[in-house]
Ligand binder design. Sequence first.
Ligand code: SF4
Ligand code: SF4
Length: 68
Amino acid sequence: MSKTKDNEAPPVIEINAEWCKGCSICIEYCPQDVLALENGIAVVVNLDDCNRCQLCDYRCPDYAITVK
Ligand code: SF4
Ligand code: SF4
């Protein structure tokens, strides 16, 4: 079941595959295990658990991930 409130749009996580170098920093910092590495690129695997903390966004050294 989604943990987002019914009246709240789910977060949108954009990953720029051109900029992502697969360093896994975003995956390590994500407290909710929302992200994983697939074919050397970060991907969203568990959007329902995203709490919008934006740690992934702040920690990515390549500005490759954005949370809206
Ligand atoms: S915003 Fe927070 S919970 Fe959501 S994917 Fe990024 S680090 Fe994980
Ligand atoms: S921190 Fe940035 S560059 Fe590293 S895996 Fe995540 S999105 Fe890709």
